[in-house]
Design a protein around this ligand. Structure first.
Ligand SMILES: Nc1nc2c(ncn2[C@@H]2O[C@H](COP(=O)(O)OP(=O)(O)OP(=O)(O)O)[C@@H](O)[C@H]2O)c(=O)[nH]1
Length: 386
């Protein structure tokens, strides 16, 4: 699948960190064993004791009314990720052993015991999954498998299954309603990727035949407005602006009036992200909501919080803060490319259960994809996809 390889390439830093950590853990206390008859997809629990049934992998979330990402990928590819530095010389045979299962050579396996579980927990915490989530994931991985000998590949599979299980309930495209115009308020700290995400979403919705209008609600920063105009041009979507320093709520009101008059399907409102003065920002967002409700008392229909994956655990506190400032209905996680902190998405799903509508994996207009838990889990753990 084209997007899978793109996601996997771009999540390279996260997956290589996890992959190398898992290899090191198994290597440390493991021993060589004969290859299994079915080495690639091993059955973790052959014993007749009660094993918690892992749920069936959910079908890929159907982007019912959400436009799918652009079918082709005209984006100039980012520089190809470097191959993980092979451990030349020092540990001859490790990678050879890992990849040698098909030709009758041995596989390194380690018994799943307390030491190994502790090392796994530490690795997951270091991968930004957070302590609670790391403990839950490792406990689930161990259930029914304690004392069994596992290879790196088998552990990767278990980990990917656990991650996908946590992420499945939150993988939901942004819902579209019959209400026109549907008002989407976009919030998040400065630099999180709000403008870029609005541009990408606008482009996708437009490609799906929707009439979209953007309101440049961060009226205090001329640069932010200009940037949004650039994205609006790229997406072929009008951007409504107001003079620098003017009231964002007034712009939102005018934008909704115009969107209604023009018969638009969607109005996306960008907002300021100054967290330095929370009270001001809270009042600003509350005022926008109050004012647009004078026109449509059901608005906003979605409040998207845009989070920057590179901030790692800080994303958790941003969710907490913005939930107090606004009625956040869903998340978009940007900059998953080029960060080793992708694990934070698992912690977010586990802790808040807020829908994850999309993920950003680059700066180009088509670098926004619906969130697919299995692809994400496979990419994060470095599991090979077929
Ligand atoms: N690598 C990468 N960069 C991204 C992604 N999304 C956004 N960016 C970059 O992040 C930077 C900030 O993005 P903006 O969209 O301007 O963020 P913002 O939240 O609107 O920021 P303000 O305008 O300061 O409020 C820009 O340089 C974007 O190109 C992504 O998914 N991957």
């Amino acid at each position: 699948m084209a997007f899978f390889s793109k996601l996997k390439d771009r999540l390279f830093k996260s997956s290589s960190r996890l992959e190398q950590g898992l290899e090191a853990i198994v290597e440390e206390g493991g021993e060589e064993t004969a290859p299994t008859p079915d080495p690639v997809i091993p059955q973790p629990e052959p014993e007749p004791q009660p094993v918690p049934e892992l749920p069936e992998p959910a079908p890929v979330p159907e982007p019912v009314e959400t436009p799918s990402p652009m079918p082709s990928d005209p984006t100039p590819a980012p520089p190809p990720p470097e191959e993980p530095a092979p451990e030349t010389g020092q540990r001859p045979g490790l990678l050879g052993r890992l990849f040698a299962r098909g030709d009758g050579r041995t596989v390194v396996r380690r018994t799943l015991d307390d030491d190994m579980l502790e090392q796994l927990e530490e690795l997951l915490i270091a991968s930004d999954m957070g302590v609670d989530t790391a403990l839950r994931v490792t406990a689930n991985m161990a259930e029914g498998r304690y004392g069994k000998k596992l290879s790196t590949e088998e552990i990767k599979q278990l980990l990917a299954q656990e991650i996908a299980r946590i992420m499945e309930p939150v993988a939901k495209p942004m819902p579209l309603y019959p209400k026109r115009p549907q008002v989407v308020l976009v919030v998040g700290v400065n630099g999180s990727g709000k403008t870029t995400t609005i541009g990408k979403l606008a482009s996708q919705f437009k490609a799906a035949g929707k009439k979209v209008v953007i309101a440049a609600g961060d009226t205090f920063r001329a640069a932010a407005v200009e940037q949004l105009q650039v994205w609006g041009d790229r997406a072929g979507v009008p951007v409504l602006t107001a003079p620098e320093g003017s009231d964002p709520a007034s712009l939102a009101f005018d934008a909704l009036t115009k969107a209604q008059a023009d018969g638009a399907d969607l109005l996306m409102i960008d907002t300021a992200g100054r967290l330095q003065n929370r009270a001001d920002l809270m009042e600003e967002l509350a005022k926008i909501v109050r004012v647009i409700r004078k026109i449509d008392e059901t608005a906003p229909h979605n409040t998207l919080l845009v989070l920057d994956a590179t901030t790692g655990q800080n994303a958790l506190s941003q969710v907490e803060t913005f939930r107090k400032l606004a009625d956040v209905s869903g998340l978009v996680m940007t900059k998953l490319d080029g960060t080793a902190k992708g694990g934070v998405l698992v912690a977010l799903a586990d802790k808040f259960g807020l829908p994850i509508h999309a993920i950003g994996v680059g700066e180009q207009i088509d670098d926004l994809a619906p969130f697919d838990p299995e692809e994400f889990a496979a990419a994060l753990t470095g599991l090979d996809s077929n």
